[in-house]
Design a protein around this ligand. Structure first.
Ligand SMILES: Cc1cc2nc3c(=O)[nH]c(=O)nc-3n(C[C@H](O)[C@H](O)[C@H](O)COP(=O)(O)OP(=O)(O)OC[C@H]3O[C@@H](n4cnc5c(N)ncnc54)[C@H](O)[C@@H]3O)c2cc1C
Length: 743
């Protein structure tokens, strides 16, 4: 796997994934699999199964006490993902699911089965929804009659974990050793995994084979989580295959990867693959890290919606980028497409999951808290002490940034600012040089004190890091503390009428004069310029330099002579951004950050901080109106599905964020998440708004309805366009992450 997203978070998990990939390429290249399709359909085990068992890949997640490797569910998910990506055929997934489902059961039947699986027996667990098996008592034992329904891996299974109902209708589980003639093979959609039905007629089953105390709900969640891991692997194969094809296939005299239509489709495939991977990982993580059944259900539903059900469509999308070659029997794509379709069918339909999640999310939300343990106890105690002291103080009015609680100023804010707790990741003395772990501790401690509103510096959140990095000591002393205290407000003077997405083509001109720079130009879309004290301004200092060079990053006093602004009314009716006209504005030398020609790098850093801040919008609940609608609607069904759909998307996005945090906590370099998250956030925001408007009916007739429907909808473009459009982020993903050619 060469893609940029995979379930593995730790280096050990990455090694495990690679080991499985190497095993697959050595023992089960796709050509060899193709030559054995009939054998596979008949349930005959691949010749390398013993070698796989020898490596312990099938029992990574089983306890050492039964002969397993003693790893966690996340480790097994890495194995399944890697096997999915390599199209490893046969009963690995079904056996892994059966083992995991039974591992939490302490009955003798479970222990026997686990030992058998660890030794190499293949197994399948039949879904409770699928099977129709009745059990009748035969002394202490049972006689079972009925059908398993279609089950993947049934023909190759040496053990079947089968649900049946007793005379009173209670659900029980038994381990069956299928006898000759009891399994009928069926022609499967997935050519690399057998499909069959187990039929029992008055079949004696010993009481010792019954799994007493099976947790059916947990087994269902495990099934989805592992299925999602396998499906995520398929999406990663798609990204790799498409990227390679786009780089090498030429049309119109150039690689087709230079065409923007394909760059965007490939980038979107990566975004969806990242979401699928994160959702699968989150489902497994919830099962291994939390005893809370609601967390298992929430993440399983999300994984079904985000990581299993969409995958056939993603493979089809990949096919369209390959052209006709992707539609041939010889190309491997259809084998993945078939498997993806089959995996989705094995847990579908999707409505089951969206509806369930819609209901669940009225009472539960995904808890994405990272367990920080006891480390940094002194830091935590200091933060807790300061926050407690802050609680005893109060602020006394709104600051320069606006009339929101996070912009209040006064003694409380001052204490937090002086302690470095408003932006703890900034270097001391402005922040407290907080490590990732310490930032999370600050988040947690604020979170524990609901009545303490966390102060914000607004737009300065993404401007001041550049000032701190490149501004003089004097400049920092002048601006940073006052901004933290809420006494200064800021704006960002980057965009121009002729320089939007192509910001580096800006033409505002800075000419050197005695003691500073004379600036002329026209800025636009400048949020809050009408109330800003200072602005971060990009202006061209050297018109002869290449366009990304020769740009200076200035701090502009908005009250300087020659600065005029005109408010622009947005389509929503509000007026929050402005045109700013600069006529012979003098900016002293000390207000230039860094080298006069190297402002572009600082601008990039500002925009990256902005993107990260905007991605935090995912934590805002977008479904308030839909949740209220559920309560009053005569037909809440479509609304519950909509809530489920958006919640699944939101949970996957949150999981992406947590994975990044864990990587950073582990000391690893940041992953490519900021552009991926921005694109995914835009997709989610738009879908949530459209579903809300579409489902709330006449509420959308009124601009200021209660609950608010149309007002947030009409404000949506601010989130979609501000901080850079989706298309620009897709360009970045395609060219910088996937490495597709520019021209
Ligand atoms: C609410 C809001 C607040 C804002 N606040 C500020 C601010 O405070 N300071 C500031 O400097 N700016 C601000 N902006 C401006 C914002 O950064 C720009 O609107 C944005 O970068 C897009 O530029 P544009 O509007 O000129 O659109 P254009 O660049 O003209 O884009 C139009 C369309 O063309 C597409 N497009 C352009 N180039 C490409 C390409 N290479 N490949 C594919 N598609 C392309 C875009 O994606 C878009 O769909 C704000 C914008 C909004 C909406």
């Amino acid at each position: 796997m060469t893609t940029h997203v995979c379930i593995a978070v730790t280096p050990e998990q990455q090694q495990l994934s690679q080991a499985v990939a190497q095993f697959a390429s050595r023992h089960a290249p796709v050509d060899a699999t193709r030559a054995r399709l009939d054998d596979l359909a008949a349930g005959r085990l691949p010749s390398w199964w013993t070698a796989l068992v020898g490596n312990g890949f099938h029992a990574v997640h089983l306890p050492e006490s039964v002969g397993g490797q003693g790893g966690g569910l996340e480790d097994m998910a890495c194995v399944l993902e890697s096997a999915g990506s390599a199209l490893l055929p046969g009963p690995l997934l079904t056996t892994a699911i059966a083992g995991a489902a039974v591992a939490s059961n302490s009955s003798p039947a479970a222990q026997t089965l686990l030992k058998e699986i660890a030794e190499g027996a293949t197994a399948v667990m039949v879904s409770g929804e699928q099977a129709e098996v009745r059990g009748s008592r035969d002394g202490d034992d049972w006689r079972l009659t009925g059908s398993s329904g279609l089950a993947l891996g049934m023909c190759s299974a040496q053990r079947v974990v089968l649900p049946f109902t007793d005379e009173a209708g209670a659900l029980l589980w038994a381990v069956i050793d299928p006898a000759e003639g009891e399994v009928e093979a069926r022609r499967g959609t997935d050519l690399t995994t057998d499909l069959g039905i187990l039929s029992l007629s008055d079949r004696p089953v010993s009481a010792s084979a019954v799994l007493t105390g099976m947790d059916t709900e947990l087994s269902g969640c495990l099934t989805v989580a592992f299925t999602a891991a396998a499906a995520a692997g398929i999406t990663q194969w798609c990204v790799d295959t498409v990227t390679e094809h786009l780089r090498t296939r030429e049309q119109f005299g150039k690689p087709i990867g230079t065409f923007q239509a394909l760059q965007h489709k490939a980038a979107m495939l990566l975004v969806n693959s990242a979401l699928a991977t994160a959702a699968a990982w989150d489902a497994v993580r919830a099962l291994s890290g939390s005893a809370d059944a609601d967390q298992h259900r929430l993440t399983a539903c999300s994984a079904a919606v985000m990581a299993v059900m969409p995958v056939p469509g993603l493979v089809l999308e990949a096919l369209t980028m390959l052209g006709a070659i992707g539609f041939t029997w010889e190309h491997d794509l259809h084998l993945y497409w078939r498997r993806a379709t089959s995996l989705a069918a094995s847990i579908g339909p999707i409505s089951r999951w969206t509806r369930r999640l819609g209901e669940l999310s009225s009472t539960a939300t995904r808890d994405v808290t990272v367990n920080l343990g006891e480390s940094d106890a002194d830091f935590r105690a200091r933060v807790a002490d300061i926050l407690d002291r802050a609680l005893s103080l109060s602020d006394n009015g709104f600051g320069r940034q606006g009339d929101y609680p996070e912009f209040m100023v006064g003694a409380r804010r001052e204490l937090l600012a002086d302690a470095g707790l408003i932006a703890p990741h900034w270097p001391a003395p402005w922040g407290c040089d907080a490590t990732v772990r310490q930032q999370l501790i600050v988040d947690e401690e604020f979170g524990k004190r609901a009545e303490l509103v966390r102060p914000s510096v607004g737009i300065a959140e993404w401007i001041l890091p550049s000032l701190i990095a490149a501004g003089s000591e004097e400049l920092q002393q002048r601006f940073v503390p006052a901004t933290l205290r809420g006494e200064l407000s800021w704006c960002q003077l980057f965009s121009e009428p002729g320089a939007g997405s192509d910001l580096a083509s800006l033409s505002t001109r800075a000419v050197r004069v005695e003691g500073g720079w004379r600036i002329n130009g026209h800025k636009i879309w400048t949020s809050l310029a009408h109330r800003a004290d200072y602005g971060a301004l990009l202006a061209r200092t050297d018109p002869d330099a290449p366009k990304h060079r020769g740009i200076g990053y200035f701090i502009l006093d908005m009250r300087s002579a020659g600065v005029e602004f005109k408010q622009i009314t947005q389509s929503s009716g509000r007026a929050e951004f402005n045109e700013v006209f600069l006529t012979d504005v003098f900016v002293p030398d000390e207000m230039l950050l860094g080298d006069p020609a190297a402002g572009w790098q600082l601008a990039i850093s500002t925009m990256a901080h902005e993107r990260v801040a905007i991605s935090g919008y995912v934590n805002i609940d977008r479904m308030g109106a839909l949740r209220e609608l559920v309560e009053v609607s005569a037909d809440p069904d479509p609304v519950l599905h909509a809530i489920g759909e958006i919640d699944a998307y939101t949970n996957a996005l949150k999981a992406l964020g947590v994975r990044e945090t864990l990587r950073l906590l582990d000391g690893q370099a940041p992953g490519p998440t900021s552009s991926i998250t921005k694109v995914a956030t835009n997709v989610m925001l738009r879908r949530a708004a459209e579903l809300t408007v579409g489902l709330t009916g006449s509420l959308a007739l009124e601009q200021d309805s209660q609950p608010a429907v149309v007002a947030p909808y009409l404000d949506l473009p601010a989130e979609l366009i501000g901080g850079g459009t989706t298309e620009i982020q897709l360009n970045i993903i395609a060219q910088l992450i996937l490495g597709l050619p520019r021209k």
